[in-house]
Design a protein around this ligand. Structure first.
Ligand code: SAH
Length: 345
């Protein structure tokens, strides 16, 4: 019988499983706490009888990752290459900020979205991660760092809204007071713009921040950079964000990777300001990070400053994102699957 990943279960689901094993319901809470404390073996659950541990082992897998590579940046960022039980590999990054550790989790093995500037689109899509597999990144990194991770951003490899149900479930698992207890407000989910899922997200009652990878002020430029833009045009996308804001009263973040001479002109800034006028939002400018064989060059500081000033003048809240981890290829858009494996293909 194939073992189920016990980390995929919500507390309620685990309670049902434990009751079905003929055990008392309250045991589930104890077990859930153990699992989400990062144990590496069911035998670490010392207040659970050996008999029950054996029953659990016969039905469930603990889905633990092995760290097969770990790189530490000059700025303290850490990039992990994790090996999953099925031998697939994913990358996960830790960023150190004054207010705590932030983890950037992957949601899929590979990505289907094909954004021109992103390294993740250069690797073959294999499959989506389950909720437990997303959470295990946080557990494994916490254990290795021996420090609490206080913030989670869904900005690693993959498109979170192309794996919607598992992503939502993983947020709820991270939120659990019996688990990592990371509040919704400390979680950000980033999407390249899957409009129907943005609308669904608006109705989830989740406190997390929604980030939209916008990167262009019009369809012409966006079509060149991001294939998804041909499916949902920029007006549909902005309208979905307006609905989201109206329903949740939450501020949306727009990510904008600055590419020299492509999307960083004064006209672009003016168009962008017009597009976002009056919205409860925030623009995050990111100098585009270089990827292998990439055609895009980052805008220089002067152009970024002028762009920022132009938006600011027009009443748009805007910041420039500090670059972290670029020396270990752990910055935005630089994540790819397993370099070693890739090279062998
Ligand atoms: N698929 C999701 C989340 C992963 S990417 C999304 O598209 O939002 C996380 C962020 O990094 C996105 O805003 C993405 O557009 C951005 N990004 C990708 N490649 C980049 C690059 N080379 N330089 C800067 N940002 C990049």
């Amino acid at each position: 019988m194939e073992l189920k990943n016990i980390k995929d279960l919500s507390l309620e689901q685990l309670e049902n499983e434990i009751v079905n094993l003929g055990e008392k319901k309250f045991r589930a809470k104890q077990i859930f706490k153990w699992i989400h404390s990062g144990i590496r073996d069911f035998n670490e659950m010392t207040d659970i009888s050996i008999e029950l541990r054996e029953k659990i082992k016969s039905k469930f897998d603990l889905c633990i990752y092995n760290i097969i590579d770990k790189q530490v940046s000059k700025d303290g960022s850490v990039k992990y290459l994790f090996e999953l039980p099925d031998k697939n590999t994913i990358e996960t990054v830790i960023m150190r900020y004054k207010y705590g550790n932030t983890i950037c989790v992957s949601t899929q093995i590979g990505c289907k979205m094909g954004c021109k500037f992103c390294a993740s689109s250069k690797v073959r899509f294999i499959r989506s991660l389950t909720a437990g597999e997303i959470v295990e990144q946080v557990l494994c990194a916490t254990k290795d760092l021996e420090q609490r991770i206080s913030n989670v951003v869904y900005m690693g490899i993959g498109e979170p809204f192309d794996n919607y149900d598992n992503v939502i479930k993983s947020i709820k698992l991270l939120n659990s007071p019996y688990g990592l207890n990371i509040g919704g407000r400390h979680i950000s989910v980033s999407t390249c713009g899957l409009v129907p899922k943005i609308l669904e997200f608006a109705d989830e009652g989740i406190q997390s921040t929604l980030s939209i990878s916008l990167h262009a002020p019009n369809d012409k430029i966006r079509n060149e950079m991001m294939p998804i833009s041909k499916k949902y045009d920029i007006i549909e996308l902005i309208n979905a964000c307006k609905t989201y804001i109206q329903k949740t009263n939450r501020r949306v973040t727009f990510e904008y990777a600055m590419v020299n001479e492509v999307n960083d002109t004064k006209e672009c800034a003016i168009q962008l300001a017009d597009l976002l006028k009056g919205m409860l939002c925030h623009v995050n400018l990111i100098p585009v990070n270089k990827i292998e064989n990439g055609i895009y060059v980052k805008s220089d500081i002067k152009r970024i400053d002028e762009f920022r000033e132009e938006l600011h003048k027009r009443g748009i809240t805007v910041t420039v994102r500090r670059e972290l981890g670029s020396d270990i290829e752990a910055a935005c858009g630089q994540l790819r699957r397993d370099r070693l494996k890739e090279d062998k293909i």
